[in-house]
Design a protein around this ligand. Structure first.
Ligand SMILES: [Zn+2]
Length: 290
């Protein structure tokens, strides 16, 4: 019986325990998405190492030939792409290469492992290419994806993978991205309650509110560019930008951008955050034609 060696990650929490149990019972799904707190990447790396480890007992053992190769970055059955280190880590060609590689038998390990870190930056085109291999998963292949939030992935990808959510302290920048993405979605909602609720949650921390407004402006701007047929994504939050672009006209998206900018300028003038949030909420709703 093999046991996942989670000692070095004491903050893996409930999701870590769940993965540990599945690993022990040999019931890991062929596609996993680890989202939430930054510890997700540590756990994902550990799990990938454990899956190719040839040691007895606790895995990864860190001593067997497979573990040594992984540490040297030369294990033939483990592929790592790191979107947290480089947001352009997932071009369509790289996904196509993974797709054909996945159907080739493993060289040394019992199965192949594809570790895709930070997939929040993966474009829809690349996600769709990845989806094809998720739909017809080859035998003995495990895909481990990590992302700030599972909402950054297409629903079709999500539905074909098992999602593990890590709780704990999220890096400030990630939180801001997440807040702004949620606001962008709330703008499209039928009634204003979600938008107001999310904005109200930001009143207490003015510094954070200012950062979220700036990020929200970038998302609106990206959406306007996408709507006009462009393809540049400055916000790093492509999924909400695409949702907005497919729901609203370019004029409305530019109005939203102006609203976010206006609120940002008011923040700089030290405006009352509660009043500002109320005005912003109705301004955004009106701009979106809601
Ligand atoms: Zn080992």
């Amino acid at each position: 019986m093999s046991v996942l060696n989670l000692h070095e990650i004491p903050d893996a929490g409930a999701a870590g325990k769940q993965l540990s149990l599945l690993f022990q019972e040999g019931r890991l799904p062929h596609a996993l998405i680890l989202e939430g707190a930054p510890v997700r990447n540590k756990v994902a790396r550990l799990l990938a190492r454990a899956l190719v480890c040839g040691g007895e007992g606790e895995r990864p053992c860190g001593r067997c030939p497979a573990c040594v190769k992984v540490q040297a970055g030369s294990h033939p059955d483990l592929t790592v792409l790191d979107g947290d280190a480089d947001p352009r880590a997932f071009p369509i060609d790289a996904i196509r290469a993974i797709r054909s590689d996945a159907y080739v038998k493993p060289n040394e390990a019992p199965g192949k492992v594809f570790l895709l870190l930070g997939v929040q930056s993966m474009t829809e085109v690349s996600q769709n290419a990845l989806l094809k291999v998720f739909e017809e998963p080859p035998e003995n292949v495990t895909f481990i994806l990590t992302t700030v939030s599972v909402t950054s992935l297409l629903p079709t990808i999500r539905s074909r993978a098992q999602v593990f959510s890590f709780e704990g302290e999220v890096a400030p920048e990630e939180e801001i991205q997440k807040d702004a993405a949620q606001l962008a979605h709330a703008v499209l909602a039928k009634n204003e309650s979600e938008l107001l609720f999310r904005l109200a949650g930001l009143i207490r921390d003015k510094t954070r509110l200012a950062s979220v407004l700036e990020q929200l402006g970038l998302i609106f701007r990206d959406a306007a560019v996408l709507r006009a047929g462009g393809n540049v994504c400055l916000s790093g939050s492509e999924e909400p930008a695409r949702a907005l672009a497919s729901a609203l006209t370019r004029d409305r998206l530019m109005l939203l951008y102006e609203e976010a900018k206006k609120a940002g300028r008011a923040m700089e003038r030290n405006a009352n955050a509660a009043l500002l949030v109320t005005a912003l909420c109705s301004g955004l709703r009106e701009a979106a034609g809601r």
